[in-house]
Ligand binder design. Sequence first.
Ligand code: GLN
Ligand code: ZN
Length: 765
Amino acid sequence: MLTQNLGYPRVGSRRELKKAEEKFWSGAVSAQELDQTARHIRQQNWETQRKAGIDLIPSNDFSLYDQILDTCLLTGAVPERYQPLVKKDPLTLYFAMARGLQQEGIDIGAMEMTKWFDTNYHYIVPEFTKDQEFKRISDKPVKEFEEAKALGIVTKPVLTGPVTFLAVGKEKEPGFDRIDLLPKLLPIYTDLLQELADKGAEWVQLDEPVLATDLSERQRHAFSLVYSALRAAAPNLRILLATYFGDLQENLETALSLPVDAIHLDLVRSPEQLETLLLNTGFVRSTRQLSLGVVDGRNIWKNDFQKSLHLIRKAEEVLGKDRLIIAPSCSLLHVPYDLDTETALPGDIRNWLAFAKQKLSETKILAQIFLDKRPWSECPVYLENQNAVQQRQQSNKIHKAAVKSRVAGIRPKDSERGTTFSERQSFQHKQLGLPLFPTTTIGSFPQTEEMRRLRAAYKKGAVTLEAYEAAIRDEIVASIRWQEEVGMDVLVHGEFERNDMVEYFGEQLSGFAFTQNGWVQSYGSRCVKPPVIYGDVDRPTAMTVRWSSFAQEQTALPVKGMLTGPVTILQWSFVRDDQPRRDTAFQIALAIRDEVIDLEKAGIKVIQIDEPAIREGLPLRKSGHKAYLDWAVEAFRLSASGVKNATQIHTHMCYSEFNDIIGSIAAMDADVITIETSRSQMELLDAFADFEYPNEIGPGVYDIHSPRIPAAGEMVGLLKKALKSIPPKNLWVNPDCGLKTRKWPETKAALVTMIDAARTLREEI
Ligand code: GLN
Ligand code: ZN
């Protein structure tokens, strides 16, 4: 029985890679220095895994930016616009593809980025053309294999499987199906496998997570073509086919028919598929190995050894122990490095957690307990583990009877506003008295360097609460005055008191814990530190009323109350695994509902509940979409429905693909939705138009990701385009998203222009 790991976090335990990269981009360190940092991280990662006793340690799981971008270079899938850079040094090309390049007369945009399956990790989307040629222009997998070998570790190189690589990319021109590029792509892989075998590799891991998604017939068919060719090319290399993030369902047959040496299954997401596999006589009678992904690579909870050992035993009874490999469910890229560096978590909560390093030990210990002659219950490590598991199950930190009974008592009418939108609309228009095409912003105003520094100083205790709050008050007053002056219709307080839209609420709700170093790579050098939702969530006191009321007291114009919605709070946290996500979402929804009601009581007439993460929570399989969308929509409605008809509920989403979820967006029944549209030239409004979306919409009229200030005419043009599908009384005027990352001068200039555009439109209509 072996142990293996599929991938390790790569930003460094103290985010060394992020820091080195950002310095490299600004010219403060050289390519050699960046390379040294990268080597050091790889070495540390390998040694950590060796020390943990892992048998099959991955290599080529490291990346300077993203593993799919690495695969683009490995296969020479370099879009035309970067071709002039191919002759330059490889790092210039690499980072130009990742981040764009503006230098010495060159101005090339970055490649597109999107979320990796249902994770919060973003990968670079490969672009393919009809006449796509492939050519190996990088030796990364071989180099990293040799680098580890020089340290005395014979690793298992990890490659993105060819079918997955094509599947996660997109066609840049019409008239072909990218899966048909396989015959041209395959030689890159067969050559590489031969070379790795020649260099002494014994195993190679091919990641094919697309097997956990709905595949087309042609994609499914492609698998046998690919894996027969790979098998033939490297007969002595052991091929591990890695699947993760879900149940293979109808693709299991396909996976089991492939001539590979081992297959990895994610038994955390789907323990049931083990039984299906064990019924497959072809697999059972073969000598193929099975890798059991029993340690959760997507979440931070300590493994329940009893559960895992039961699964291992089930497999062992049919296959025997020699055919089994114990592993985390997927790459550990999605969890933080090391719990040992967390010194501020309450002791009991800390004892419920495991980060990447701890998950390696869990993997090894599971194999050891299983192979131990003693009964499990006589192994001290087992008992210790079960103790922690039980303690968590019973802790009164987690279980709050009042919260549970409140969720159990939710009635359908709690998610109803009680009247139709058109009735509410007339109440709201009367109460608010807004002009046609009202102007507003999405919530945050620039977070100046001073404000950030002040917050950091306040958190460290170097600045008093009084001084910190006085500064926030000044910012709010100044921003309200300015919005009045320029003629904004619905004002915001600017969110100066918030560090982050989830953390700010998590810190005030019960059931949340925060780490000091729990960083997880989001994309490139960007990392996030998700809160940990460990217990029943409730709201000890109002969270935003004080600042919202303060802002409202400064003006007679309406100031929007600003909240983060339940699905987004859920989606951007590590979520408890002892109850369905839905239940946690409803608990958060009730807390937000109370906040909405309190804001209304305090005289706030417009309340925005941001839900930018609704779409990314969609399950990988179409068959799962409806159930998810049903509870996600209900959670939102629950949070929004406690107020009177005259109170206007806004929501905001910052992405631009609504086609497949427009019905659910409409079902959220927010009075106003603001969305990102400027970069798509309002095209995504088509989804709303085709659906005859009934409520009010604010399609963003300018891109907040760039300091560029469009002319008023450009915004008027976009608005006129929007008016083709939106009735005038439903159209709002606002930017694409919040402005916290911008600077004040460009923000002011852009908003003045935007208000100008709204005025022009009012005159012309
Ligand atoms: N209200 C938030 C802001 O303006 C919304 C941010 C978001 O959509 N991601 O910053
Ligand atoms: Zn946004």
